[in-house]
Design a protein. Structure first.
Length: 132
């Protein structure tokens, strides 16, 4: 008999986990379409991030092939939400805001240019007390 993991009640889990739960399918996989909706991104934008055709993503947004990049994006979003007191609206706005240390690009632009590391590094600097 498989071992069942204990489920934490939704109220006792950190809020950012509840927010991200909206982007996970019934099998525990990140769904690109749901994550895009959570971030207020278009289907074309999440497809660009994944280097896939939008039609492939709309057919199978939770493909095993997408799990690595989607989990990396989810980790960055989790970090961002932690810094934004789990305020999804503010996090979405921050993702769209051009930032000087990102060469005047927005974090979203950097992510879509496959430079998630630059966004992660910036979040770590902010967390460490450096101002942006």
């Amino acid at each position: 008999m498989p071992v069942q993991a204990e489920r934490q009640p939704l109220a006792s889990r950190p809020r950012h986990l509840n927010i991200l739960a909206e982007s996970i399918d019934d099998q525990g996989r990140y769904d690109a379409v749901k994550l895009a909706k959570l971030l207020d991104w278009s289907g074309q934008e999440i497809a660009r991030y994944l280097d896939k055709d939008p039609s492939a993503i709309s057919r199978n947004g939770a493909s095993l092939n997408y799990q690595q990049p989607l989990s990396q994006l989810a980790a960055t979003i989790t970090h961002l939400l932690g810094l934004m007191d789990n305020d999804l609206k503010t996090a979405r706005a921050w993702l769209r805001t051009p930032i000087k240390v990102l060469d005047g690009k927005s974090p979203k632009e950097k992510i879509l240019l496959h430079d998630l590391n630059a966004v992660d590094a910036l979040l770590s600097e902010v967390e460490g007390g450096f101002s942006v």
